[in-house]
Design a protein around this ligand. Structure first.
Ligand code: IPE
Ligand code: IPE
Ligand code: MG
Length: 241
């Protein structure tokens, strides 16, 4: 059931970003291992990505694994990587049916070769689809992204392609993983935590944040509707009077 009216559908944010948090607590509440929470979180992601496509969201950016998440146990990290591999294998198989274009934000060089190859294949083979673009943040950290962009710019300066003082905000955008993607209007964090945990610090400078008290595996299309409604109640001023 879609709760949004036709009018709302036309005015959904073009770009929604989500910190998919709360998988571990969901599992703990049920007496299950943390990996069961990540599996359930994966199902939620499928549901929400389809819903975003259906209501006309053009870009969905999801935080799947942060540069800090390597601190977790080998078992948990391995479980998450395996789920990602399974998901991408399926996505490659069902590409035509889903119409999703995939991009990956983050430093993929630290991923195991099999997963990295799946990411590269998914990105290359889905570039022709335009129903919705899903940006997966994988081994992503906002500070790491900015450092990698600064290094790439410095390399262009060293190679004589750019002059150091020519850099503008719009140029710098093009050195980020999100090059070419408009900034998210709305950032949602379920799980009750009220922090951004290194997610899109550059891109979310003027985003509206909605923090919700639901764990990611329990997140339903209705929660997305609720976040969009909250977004519509906000007055965006961008520093103006
Ligand atoms: C988010 O859920 C998924 C990842 C960070 C990979 P968590 O695993 O952080 O769940 P909580 O916060 O412990 O409940
Ligand atoms: C942020 O959640 C990362 C992802 C959802 C992938 P965390 O659970 O890692 O963040 P903290 O530790 O609560 O800040
Ligand atoms: Mg968490």
């Amino acid at each position: 059931m879609m709760a949004l009216s036709m009018d709302d559908k036309r005015s959904v944010p073009r770009h929604i970003a989500i910190i998919m948090d709360g998988n571990g607590r969901w599992a703990k509440n049920k007496g299950l291992p943390r990996t069961a929470g990540h599996k359930a979180g994966g199902e939620t992601f499928r549901r929400i990505a389809n819903y975003c496509r259906d209501i006309g969201v053009k870009y969905l950016t999801v935080y799947a694994f942060s540069t800090e998440n390597w601190k977790r146990s080998e078992e948990e990290v391995g479980g998450i990587m395996l789920l990602l591999e399974r998901y991408l294998t399926e996505a490659l198989r069902d590409m035509e049916k889903n119409g999703v274009c995939f991009r990956f934000f983050g430093d993929l060089s630290r991923l195991r070769p099999k997963l990295r190859k799946l990411c590269e294949d998914a990105e290359a083979r889905s570039s022709q689809y335009h129903d919705v673009q899903v940006n997966f943040c994988l081994n992503y950290g906002g500070r790491d992204e900015i450092i990698r962009a600064a290094r790439a710019f410095a390399a262009d300066v060293a190679a004589g392609k750019r002059s150091a003082d020519s850099l503008t905000e719009a140029d710098f955008d093009n050195y980020l993983d999100s090059a070419g993607v408009p900034d998210p209007e709305l950032v949602i964090r379920p799980s009750g935590e009220m922090r951004t945990s290194n997610f899109l610090p550059w891109q979310s400078a003027y985003s509206e944040f909605v923090f919700m008290n639901v764990l990611w595996p329990d997140f339903m299309p209705e929660h997305l509707d609720e976040a969009i409604e909250e977004y519509h109640r906000r007055e965006r001023r961008f520093g103006g009077a």
